[in-house]
Design a binder for this molecule. Structure first.
Ligand SMILES: [Zn+2]
Length: 269
C-alpha cells in the first residue's frame, strides 16, 4: 500500500468508503472503471469482503492497483456460505495480510431466511477479532440498528462505520456516541428518501463518510444498472445540495474522516 498524493489541487479528493470493486461485475472493465473513478476525483476505495472464498481475489485486486484498500470479513447475507472455522481463518488472515478493517459484517433482519442467532454469533465473533487486531469494523445493518448497537456495547474500544445507514436520528446519535461513523450513498439521491435527506442535512459532517456500495445500490436515474465508484461524485453533489454546503468542503472533511478511520496511507493536499 503506497502513499498517494493528489498533485492537482483543483481536483476533488474523494474516497469511496465502501465499494465491492473486486466483484465479478468489474472483471470485464476494472481498469477502465478505475480510470473513470479517478477522472471523477475518486482517488481511493475501501473494499469490504463478503465471504472467505472472496478474500484471495480481493487481496489480488488491491495489490494490482494503488488506492484500493481491503477489509476482510463475513457478510451476513452470505450466512449459508460461512462456516465456523472461517472465523479462525479470518483471525489468521488478519495476522498475515494488511487490512484497513474487519468487514463487511453485521446483521440483516430484512431477509427473513437468515437466522438471527447465527448472524449474531458471526457478528460478535468478528467484533472481537476487530478488537484483538485493533481494526475498525465495517457494518451492514439492515432493519437491525438496535441489535447492532446492543452488540457494539458488549465489545469495548471499537470504532468503525455503519454503511448505507438507514435509521433514526436517535440511532445515528447512539452510534456516534459510541465512536462510530455513518456512511451514505446512492439511496440519498432518490427524491422520496426524505428521512435520509434529513439525516444528511443535520448529522455532524465529522462523522459522515461517502460511499457507493458499487456494484449495488444504483443512484437515482440509473436503476437496474451497475453502480460504480465514479458516481461517488454525484453522491457528493447531493450532499452539497442537502447540506447547503460547498462540495469541496464536504469532500475534504469526509475524505479526512475515511483516512482517519481506516488509517489510510494517503495525504489529501
Ligand atoms: Zn457492501
Amino acid at each position: 500500500m503506497r502513499a498517494i498524493q493528489n498533485q492537482n489541487k483543483s481536483q476533488m479528493f474523494l474516497i469511496d468508503s465502501h465499494a465491492h470493486f473486486d466483484d465479478v461485475q468489474f472483471d470485464v472493465d476494472r481498469t477502465l472503471a478505475l480510470q473513470r473513478a479517478h477522472a471523477a476525483g475518486v482517488q481511493a476505495q475501501v473494499l469490504p469482503a463478503v465471504t472467505a472464498d472472496s478474500w484471495p481475489k480481493l487481496k489480488h485486486v488491491c495489490q494490482q492497483y494503488s488506492g484500493l484498500f481491503p477489509a476482510y470479513g463475513l457478510h451476513p447475507i452470505f450466512l449459508a456460505t460461512h462456516q465456523i472455522q472461517h472465523l479462525q481463518t479470518l483471525d489468521e488472515w488478519l495476522q498475515r495480510e494488511p487490512a484497513v478493517a474487519v468487514g463487511e459484517c453485521g446483521l440483516d433482519f430484512y431477509l427473513t431466511d437468515l437466522n438471527p442467532e447465527q448472524q449474531t454469533d458471526y457478528f460478535m465473533a468478528q467484533l472481537r477479532l476487530a478488537q484483538n487486531h485493533q481494526l475498525p469494523v465495517i457494518i451492514h445493518a439492515r432493519r437491525s440498528v438496535d441489535a447492532v448497537l446492543k452488540c457494539l456495547r458488549q465489545v469495548k474500544g471499537l470504532t468503525g462505520v455503519v454503511h448505507s445507514f438507514v435509521g433514526s436520528e436517535q440511532q445515528a446519535q447512539q452510534l456516534i456516541d459510541l465512536g462510530f461513523y455513518l456512511s451514505l450513498g446512492g439511496p440519498i439521491t432518490y427524491p422520496r428518501a426524505q428521512r435520509l435527506h434529513r439525516l444528511v442535512a443535520t448529522l455532524p459532517l465529522e462523522r459522515l463518510l461517502l460511499e457507493t456500495d458499487a456494484p449495488d445500490q444504483p443512484l437515482c436515474g440509473r436503476q437496474g444498472q451497475r453502480n460504480e465508484p465514479a458516481y461517488l461524485a454525484e453522491v457528493l453533489q447531493q450532499f452539497a445540495q442537502l447540506r447547503q454546503q460547498s462540495a469541496t468542503e464536504i469532500a475534504e472533511i469526509t475524505s479526512r474522516n475515511a483516512i482517519t478511520l481506516f488509517n489510510l496511507p494517503l495525504t489529501q493536499c
